[in-house]
Write a protein that binds this ligand. Structure first.
Ligand code: F6P
Length: 545
C-alpha cells in the first residue's frame, strides 16, 4: 500500500490559518471585494487550452487563495498527482492503480504498470474500436439477415451509461445522423421496452457495457435484449454474434453470456467506472461521432491532464476549482454545488457529474480509516440554463442557503438562429451578476416600491459563482471539461485525504435487494426476516402485485 503521508487536516498550518482568515472575511460582501479592486474581474481568471475560468465572483481575496494553495501543498497534492500519473496503487481499498489519464495518453508515451506498458494496450483497443466503428458507420457491418445496422443500443448503468449518454447528447451535432442511438440503464423493464418499441431486431446492434459484466441491471437488460433479438431474428443463436458486442474487463463472464470474445472490447481494473467514458466504454460515442472526433476528444482530455500535472497550483484550473469547493464546503458550510450549463447539448452533464463527484468523494473516513473531521463531498446537481431560471433559481437568489454555482457558457453556438445565442449568453452573465451583487433595499426603494414590499424584492447578493467559458461545444472541448472536473474531484479528495476511487457505499443495498428479490418471487410467504416496516412493505407488495 503506497500512500502519501500527510498530517491530519485539522493540524495542517494552512487549515488553521484558513479558519482564522475565514472569521475575518466571512461577512464581507462581493460588492466590497470588487470596489476594493477594480481589476479583480481581469485578475482572478485563468485560461488553458481555450477553457476560461473566471473565479472572481467568489468570496475570496488574495490571502484566501494563498492559504488554499498552501493547503494543497501541505496536503501532498503535488505528490499525489505524481503518484496517480505514475500508476501507484492509490485506490488503496481495492489495491488498484488509478490510470484514466493513460486512456488519453498519446502513443509516444509509456506508463508501465505491473510490467505492462498500459499506453500501448490502450492504443491497441482504440485501433480495434476504430475498425469496428468504421464498419458500423459505413454499413459494412451487417446484421444476421444481411441488413445494415441502423440502431445502436448501449446497455449499461452508472459509469457504463452516464458517460456514454452524456457524450452522445453533448456531441450529437457531430454524430452520424442515419444511425439511431438509444441508452438502456434502468432495471425497470419500461426502459428497455420503450427503447426498442419502434426498432427492428435485424437492424439493431446492442453494445453491452459493463466493467464487471455482473451488474444486475445490465445483465437483466442484456438477457431481455437477447430474447428480444432472437425473437425478431428467427431464434437462431448464431444471430447473436452479429447483434451483440461487449465492453468489459471480464472476458470469462462475456463468454458465458454467449458473446464471441472477438466482439469484446476490453479495458482494465485501473479504470474506475465513473472515469471510463474515454475507454472502450465510449464505443457508442465513437460509433456516433467517428474515430477521428473520438481522438480529438481524447486529445482534449490529455491537454487538461498535462495542465493539471504541470501548472503551478495558483494558475491550475482544476486545482482552483477543487480548492474553492473545499472552501465553501468546509468553511461556509455550503452543502451543494449547482452545475448550470448554458448549452442544451450539455443537458446530461449535471447528471454525469453527479456520479463523478458524489461516488468519488461521498466518503466519511480518511485513507487510514479514521473518521474525517470535516464535511467531504458536497451534493452536485443542476439543469441547463435558461430552463433552471424558471424553476429553482429563486432559491439560489433569495433562499437561506449558500449554493456556489458553476455557469458554463460558449462564445459560439453550433446552431446560429437569430438572436438566440446572444440571449442565452446575456442570461449567463446576468445571473452571475445578480447572484454576486444583488439589489439593496435602497435600490428597491428608489424604484418607488411600497415599503412593505421592499424586503420581498431585496436581493442580498454575495452568492458565489464560477463562470467557465469556451469556444463552442466540440469533442476536444468536452474532453477538456470532463478532465477539468475529474481533476477538481481529485484535488478535493487529496485535501480530505480520502479514497476517491472506491464505492463501497453502493454494496449493502445491492446485497439486500438480492435477498428481498427471492422473497418477492418465492411461492412461500416471507418469513418476515426484516424490520417491521420492510416486512410489511414486502407483504403489501406480494398481495397487490
Ligand atoms: O454503482 C456502482 C457501480 O459499480 C459504479 O461504480 C459503476 O459505474 C456501475 O456500478 C456499473 O458497473 P459495471 O460497469 O461493472 O456494470
Amino acid at each position: 500500500m503506497q500512500t502519501t503521508q500527510v498530517v491530519p487536516l485539522g493540524d495542517r498550518p494552512a487549515w488553521k490559518a484558513l479558519g482564522a482568515h475565514f472569521q475575518q472575511i466571512r461577512d464581507k460582501h462581493l460588492r466590497e471585494f470588487f470596489e476594493e479592486d477594480p481589476t479583480r474581474g481581469e485578475r482572478l481568471v485563468v485560461e488553458t487550452g481555450g477553457i476560461l475560468l473566471d473565479y472572481s465572483k467568489n468570496r475570496i481575496n488574495d490571502e484566501t487563495l494563498k492559504l488554499l494553495v498552501q493547503l494543497a501543498a501541505e496536503s501532498g497534492l503535488r505528490e499525489k498527482i505524481e503518484a496517480m500519473f505514475r500508476g501507484d496503487k492509490i485506490n488503496i481499498t481495492e489495491n488498484r492503480a488509478v490510470l484514466h489519464v493513460a486512456l488519453r495518453a498519446p502513443k509516444s508515451e509509456s506508463i508501465v504498470l505491473d510490467g505492462e506498458d498500459v499506453v500501448l494496450a490502450v492504443h491497441t483497443v482504440l485501433e480495434k474500436m476504430s475498425g469496428f466503428a468504421e464498419r458500423v458507420r459505413s454499413g459494412e457491418w451487417k446484421g444476421y439477415t444481411g441488413k445494415k445496422i441502423r440502431n445502436v443500443v448501449n446497455i449499461g448503468i452508472g459509469g457504463s451509461d452516464l458517460g456514454p449518454v452524456m457524450a452522445y447528447e453533448a456531441l450529437k451535432h457531430y454524430s452520424q445522423r442515419d444511425l439511431n442511438f438509444r441508452f438502456v440503464s434502468n432495471v425497470d423493464g419500461s426502459d428497455f421496452a420503450e427503447a426498442v418499441q419502434d426498432l427492428n431486431a435485424d437492424e439493431t446492434l446492442f453494445l453491452v457495457a459493463s466493467k464487471t459484466f455482473t451488474t444486475q441491471e445490465t445483465m437483466t437488460n442484456a438477457h431481455s435484449a437477447r430474447e428480444w433479438a432472437l425473437a425478431g431474428l428467427g431464434g437462431d443463436e448464431k444471430a447473436i454474434a452479429k447483434h451483440f458486442v461487449a465492453i468489459s474487463t471480464n472476458a470469462k463472464e462475456v463468454g458465458k453470456f454467449g458473446i464471441d470474445i472477438e466482439n469484446m472490447f476490453g479495458f482494465w481494473d485501473w479504470v474506475g467506472g465513473r472515469y471510463s467514458m474515454d475507454s472502450a466504454i465510449g464505443l457508442s460515442t465513437m460509433v456516433a461521432i467517428g474515430p477521428e472526433n473520438f481522438r480529438a476528444m481524447l486529445a482534449g482530455f490529455h491537454e487538461m491532464d498535462v495542465h493539471f500535472r504541470t501548472t503551478p497550483f495558483e494558475k491550475n484550473l482544476p486545482v482552483l476549482l477543487g480548492l474553492l469547493t473545499v472552501w465553501y464546503t468546509d468553511f461556509f458550510d455550503a452543502q451543494t454545488v449547482a452545475i448550470l450549463p448554458y448549452e442544451q447539448y450539455l443537458k446530461r452533464f449535471p447528471a454525469y457529474l453527479q456520479q463523478l463527484t458524489m461516488e468519488s468523494n461521498g466518503k466519511r473516513v480518511t485513507l487510514d480509516g479514521t473518521h474525517v473531521t470535516t464535511e467531504t463531498g458536497p451534493i452536485y446537481w443542476g439543469e441547463p440554463g435558461t430552463n433552471g431560471q424558471h424553476s429553482f433559481y429563486q432559491l439560489i437568489h433569495q433562499g437561506t442557503r449558500l449554493i456556489p454555482c458553476d455557469f458554463i457558457g460558449f462564445y459560439k453556438t453550433l446552431n446560429p438562429l437569430g438572436r438566440h445565442h446572444d440571449m442565452l449568453m446575456a442570461n449567463v452573465f446576468a445571473q452571475a451578476e445578480a447572484l454576486a451583487f444583488g439589489k439593496t433595499a435602497e435600490q428597491v426603494k428608489a424604484e418607488g416600491t411600497a415599503g412593505w414590499l421592499v424586503p420581498h424584492r431585496v436581493f442580498e447578493g454575495n452568492r458565489p459563482s464560477n463562470t467557465i467559458l469556451a469556444d463552442c461545444i466540440s469533442p476536444e472541448v468536452l474532453g477538456k471539461l470532463v478532465a477539468m472536473y475529474e481533476h477538481a474531484v481529485f484535488t478535493q479528495g487529496a485535501i480530505w485525504n480520502i479514497d476517491s476511487f472506491d464505492q463501497w457505499g453502493v454494496e449493502l443495498g445491492k446485497v439486500l435487494a438480492t435477498r428481498i428479490l427471492g422473497e418477492l418471487e418465492s411461492a412461500a410467504e416471507s418469513g418476515g426476516s426484516h424490520d417491521s416496516s420492510t416486512n410489511s412493505l414486502i407483504r403489501k407488495y406480494r398481495k397487490n402485485k
